[in-house]
Design a protein around this ligand. Structure first.
Ligand SMILES: [Zn+2]
Length: 99
């Protein structure tokens, strides 16, 4: 039974899959709220270090083959600056932001 499952799942890694994209926000320079699209491995969820100029062909964690065909790269977008007075605690307030 177990052998069967392993045999079945082994070749799947070699079938290229599209990464999972998520829109996330981060603080650029510590005070610019920036929206960026990040990509994750569809198999193990490992965050992929990819961009318009560089795409990896395999996940460095689990070896899942990846394809970026048809993916439209979005440029990161500056949403707004954090006012001077709020620059200490902004991380907490954007952490749970739904996009
Ligand atoms: Zn992976």
């Amino acid at each position: 039974m177990l052998k069967k499952i392993m045999k079945k799942s082994a070749p799947l890694k070699s079938i290229a899959r599209k990464p999972v994209s998520k829109i996330e926000t981060y603080l650029k320079f510590g005070f610019v709220i920036t929206e960026i699209e990040r990509y994750y491995c569809p198999r193990c969820g490992h965050s992929l270090n990819v961009g318009p100029d560089y795409q990896c062909r395999y996940c460095s964690q689990c070896g899942q083959r990846l394809t970026f065909d048809g993916i439209t790269w979005k440029e990161e977008k500056d949403l707004r600056c954090v006012p001077y007075g709020q620059r200490g605690n902004i991380c907490e307030s954007i952490e749970n932001r739904m996009v």
